[in-house]
Design a protein around this ligand. Structure first.
Ligand SMILES: NC(=O)C1=CN([C@@H]2O[C@H](COP(=O)(O)OP(=O)(O)OC[C@H]3O[C@@H](n4cnc5c(N)ncnc54)[C@H](OP(=O)(O)O)[C@@H]3O)[C@@H](O)[C@H]2O)C=CC1
Ligand SMILES: CC(C)=CCC[C@@H](C)[C@H]1CC=C2C3=C(CC[C@@]21C)[C@@]1(C)CC[C@H](O)C(C)(C)[C@@H]1CC3
Length: 333
């Protein structure tokens, strides 16, 4: 149904990210079967990353200049301070579009996530070139991260309710994050394994698969529960859950996943991030870059969301915090 703007208009979005991923996979398969050396992308990784950074600067410049032609109701609440550097970084316009093509929604899911999968496949092909077959560690990293990207694109509609789409402007931070940061840093584990091959014992493999499975289960179940509750609070899968009323008319879940900790989805995400690093062993910190960066990002994001929810729900949010005292990790944080 699209996303409601502050002035009451509704924006329509093409929900076909999963199709885009399948088309990309088919094209990649065709290229490889025609003998194209996909593994060559490994050697080109630095120039490619530099190009992606340049494109994100150009896009951010286009967005900043274009935002001065946007009507007042299309501007984000943050990102309009009058300080050009700050506004360029955070983004002035909420949902910049070219015709009906929504730039932020497209960039958030397509180039970064699909580019990440393509680079991971290229790292696997490079390993095949160097050592004749992909290692188990490489297969695990590729499989786990492919599952994560497939899940994001399959549930593409849910991204429309994230704070990046609903609250934040589209500026350099998101343009750089989507086009350069995600594809070139989220796949560091696969790049690392090309240079530092590693063999894994069967119990280690089983342990890592179980950890990723547990993380994915918590991540998916908690996100789906909240999305279902927000879509239809009377749906039979969520109607039995305990809730508290807020002055806005919306209710907050206080049992089920959202009664366990205040951000169960972050907990699942962090467990998965750890499972993506473990196949690389403990010889180097580089494969752990993502889980460290991501934990910092989520702690900061949690604090930002908490501020917004307290402003939105007031006393009801304080009651929720009393009922569910832990933010991400039960009894720890
Ligand atoms: N891989 C990556 O780089 C990143 C991944 N993520 C992932 O994206 C997913 C989405 O995260 P994010 O957008 O940060 O936010 P969330 O999906 O956690 O949504 C937060 C919102 O949920 C609603 N909410 C909070 N508590 C309750 C409750 N008890 N009952 C009902 N509604 C509640 C509030 O909105 P309202 O009440 O208005 O509905 C709140 O603002 C997560 O799984 C996260 O891990 C996020 C960032 C980066
Ligand atoms: C260092 C820097 C410039 C960071 C910018 C932050 C962005 C990289 C992230 C902000 C929110 C994101 C989300 C995803 C990817 C990373 C960014 C863009 C996401 C698309 C990953 C897949 C998930 O399933 C998701 C769809 C829930 C998620 C949404 C938020």
């Amino acid at each position: 149904e699209g996303l409601a703007l502050r002035d009451g208009t509704r924006l329509k979005y093409q929900i076909n990210g999963f199709h885009a991923l399948c088309m990309t996979a088919m094209l990649l398969g065709l290229c490889v079967s025609l003998g194209m050396p996909l593994g060559y992308l490994f050697d080109l990784i630095l120039p490619l990353a530099v190009c992606a950074i340049c494109v994100s600067y150009l896009l951010a410049l286009y967005l900043y200049i274009g935002s001065f032609w946007a009507p007042a109701h299309a501007l984000a609440l943050g990102g309009n301070t009058g300080n050009p550097l700050y506004d360029f970084f955070i983004g002035r316009e909420l949902n910049p579009r070219i015709g009906s093509f929504d730039l932020k929604f497209f960039c958030e899911l397509r180039p970064g996530l699909i580019g990440w999968v393509v680079l991971n496949m290229a790292m696997m092909m490079k390993e095949v070139e160097l050592r004749d077959s992909p290692s188990l560690a490489m297969l695990l990293v590729n499989g786990f991260q492919l599952l994560y990207v497939m899940d994001a694109l399959w549930n593409e509609e849910a991204v429309l309710t994230t704070m990046d789409i609903v609250h934040d402007g589209f500026g350099f931070m998101l343009a750089f994050g989507d086009l350069a940061w995600v594809p070139f840093t989220y796949g560091l584990q696969a790049m690392f394994l090309v240079v530092h091959p590693r063999s894994l014992s069967p119990p280690t493999v089983i342990g890592i698969i179980l950890l990723n499975g547990l993380g994915y289960y918590i991540f998916r179940k908690s996100n789906s529960q909240k999305n279902q509750f927000r879509r239809d609070p009377n749906h039979r899968s969520v109607a039995h859950l305990e809730t508290i009323a807020t002055a806005t008319g919306k209710r907050l879940l206080v049992s089920g996943w959202w009664g366990f900790v205040r951000h169960p989805n972050y907990l699942g995400d962090i467990l998965m991030a750890l499972a993506w690093s473990l196949p690389c062993g403990f010889s180097h910190i580089l494969p752990y870059f993502y889980v460290i960066y991501f934990s910092i990002l989520l702690v900061h994001r949690e604090a930002r969301d908490e501020r917004q929810c307290r402003a939105k729900y007031g006393i009801a949010w304080d009651n929720y915090c009393r009922r569910v005292p832990y933010r991400i990790i039960p009894y720890i944080y």
